[in-house]
Design a protein around this ligand. Structure first.
Ligand code: ATP
Ligand code: MG
Length: 388
């Protein structure tokens, strides 16, 4: 991939918040941007120089994107891989359709982890009634996950018995699934790496994540957020997963850490990730700048974290704390707290469970930052304490 210098146009398929933050990073560096998304009001489309409103598979829309953009990336996992393949005949595309296709399918994804020698949760593939009947009882209780199109805990069901498993698979429409053993988690973490077309790779510090109801709620990044050996193993695993894909772009790998300290890979996202949003305010280079750099073939320097960080996800629920009528949260009070950085994605309609924005809290000392985060959470109506 040759270097694409500022002044050129970078394209992105998908107009959500990740696309919006990519567009902001690209524009800051002097690029023009083009977004393809069917929603005329999409968060990224609203801030981009060009916005093509077509479906992700629309041949005319894809041709217009390829005509405008000098290189193209994606911002959501379920972008049709054939669209990327099609675009790649005309323009550099990163990440590649192959990597995206593997990440889109839990069965292929787990196969890749196994090939890379990284442990994942014990699992069984369920594609047929015979597979269902052959499930080993030691995988129960477990979580049945659809192989495709899941996010934020959607497409998942906990099952304790063979009968519940059979019912859950039927409810899922009998589509290909994986049954994963329910593991005793101590905590969850993730690692974001960026890899250039020349194979050079850099990584961010390991992120400790707290999920609520299957959705990321809090990320903490500081030197003591987990044992050093766990952090080292997670970074090494994420790097080998990226290397094994000959990946180009920003990749997030999510892990479980079990009660006995074992590290188990959960899944990967072929794009910047919610758990990396802290990097916008606490690192000299953000995950979105690295996405720009990998796409444009620019050099990658290791990011330097200059502040400890806590990130709070802001879901639509916060707009309905005191009433059923949508009401703006108390931003002015929150922003009076030291080291608070508000990011909102420009979505006009708040809905429960919808990602509306995030709040980064930065400082020198994790205890002080945590206590500020607790204050902010109290003002916003988030559950406290923030940690497990
Ligand atoms: P997203 O893509 O938004 O991260 P998802 O819908 O792909 O979410 P997963 O990451 O597979 O879902 O699971 C969501 C959460 O459910 C995990 O972060 C974890 O808290 C819990 N979970 C998933 N699998 C297991 C498991 N095998 N054992 C214990 N907990 C699990
Ligand atoms: Mg996940």
């Amino acid at each position: 991939m040759s270097t694409i210098l500022p002044g050129a146009t970078l394209g992105v398929i998908g107009g959500g918040q990740l696309g919006r933050m990519f567009v902001h990073a690209a524009q800051r560096m002097g690029y023009f941007t083009a977004v393809l998304d069917p929603d005329a009001d999409s968060p990224a489309g609203r801030v981009s120089h060009h916005h093509i409103h077509t479906d992700y598979t629309d041949v005319d829309g894809l041709a217009r994107l390829a005509g405008l953009a000098d290189a193209i990336t994606t911002e959501f996992e379920n972008v049709p891989a054939p669209s990327l393949e099609h675009l790649a005949t005309a323009r550099p595309v990163a990440p590649g359709a192959d990597s995206v296709a593997i990440a889109q399918d839990r069965i292929r994804e787990k196969g890749h982890f196994v090939r890379c020698g990284v442990d994942c949760a014990p699992y069984a593939v369920i594609e047929t009634a015979d597979h269902l009947a052959a499930v080993q009882p030691d995988l129960l209780p477990g979580i049945l996950k659809t192989a495709r199109l899941g996010y934020d805990g959607k497409g998942q069901r906990r099952v304790a018995t063979q009968a519940e498993l059979a019912a859950a698979w039927e409810d899922a429409g009998g589509v290909p699934c994986v049954l994963e053993k329910l593991l005793p988690l101590d905590f969850e973490c993730s690692v974001i790496v960026a890899r250039g077309a020349d194979g050079h790779m850099v990584d961010f510090p390991v992120q400790r994540n707290l999920h609520r109801d299957g959705i990321l709620a809090v990320t903490e990044v500081h030197a003591q957020n987990m044992p050093e050996s766990t952090a080292r193993r997670a970074v090494a695993a994420a790097r080998s997963i990226a290397e094994g894909l000959s990946y180009v772009g920003v990749l997030c790998v999510e892990f479980f850490v079990l009660a006995d300290g074992a590290l188990v890979v959960n899944e990967m996202a072929p794009r910047p990730h919610n758990s990396g949003h802290w990097s916008m305010d606490a690192s000299d280079v953000s995950q979105f700048e690295l996405q720009v750099r990998t796409l444009a073939g620019l050099p990658l320097n290791p990011p330097r974290q200059h502040s400890v960080a806590v990130m709070l996800n802001l879901l639509g629920d916060l707009w309905f704390i005191d009433s059923d009528v949508q009401e703006e949260p108390r931003w002015a009070d929150v922003l009076a707290l030291p080291g608070t950085h508000l990011h909102l994605y420009g979505k006009t309609e708040a809905r429960r469970g919808r990602k509306m924005g995030h709040l980064n809290i930065t400082g020198d000392d994790i205890e002080a930052v945590r206590s500020t985060a607790d204050f902010a959470a109290a003002l916003l109506g988030l559950p406290i304490p923030l940690s497990e």
